[in-house]
Ligand binder design. Sequence first.
Ligand code: COA
Length: 178
Amino acid sequence: MKIHVETERFYLRDIEMSDAQGMFELDSNPKVHEFLGKNPVKSIEEIKDVIHYIRKQYEENGIGRWAIIDKNTKDFVGWTGLKYEKALREEFNYYDLGYRLKEEYWGKGIATETALASLKHGFETLKLDKICGAAEIEHSASNKILQKVGLKFKETFFYEEEEHNWYELERGDWEQLK
Ligand SMILES: CC(C)(COP(=O)(O)OP(=O)(O)OC[C@H]1O[C@@H](n2cnc3c(N)ncnc32)[C@H](O)[C@@H]1OP(=O)(O)O)[C@@H](O)C(=O)NCCC(=O)NCCS
């Protein structure tokens, strides 16, 4: 088990096949997928494919989303972190900041706490020059988190016919925020 980062309340570690049940609880919930294309997963087999895909990214890109584990209960809370995103913007690839939590964990500051740790890892350990994020324009919580952790709104764009806000954070601006 590879733990990459510790925050006050959580460990952030690689997602493993043993997380399949937790990932299924997360991704089979229609509320979780409200702003993610409204297509929750239907079977544990689909989730196993997702986990294979994420683990392949660790090897190919040196980074991928990480599991959030509650330090006290050891529960799988959801995921956060950076992904080398090749599909969302047609014009370019980029490092994307994202997060997805089981519903019972919403509203406790967890996305913010773990997103800040992901940014720190991206700039200080991976030495990235820029980290970006996107959220459907009506997704208040996600837009708020991206702004709160320091990303700056740049433009809107369409993905799968939904209008999204696009945010970026440059290394220099991150240094100033610290
Ligand atoms: C979006 C999500 C990650 C938020 O996680 P969270 O841990 O509840 O967020 P936080 O507690 O860190 O809240 C961050 C800010 O958003 C606000 N917020 C949270 N949920 C909100 C909601 N439903 N509507 C409006 N604002 C909301 C919080 O009040 C907080 O702002 P504040 O600090 O000014 O009070 C979580 O709801 C989730 O996993 N949703 C499903 C997956 C998803 O949509 N991921 C993002 C895709 S772009």
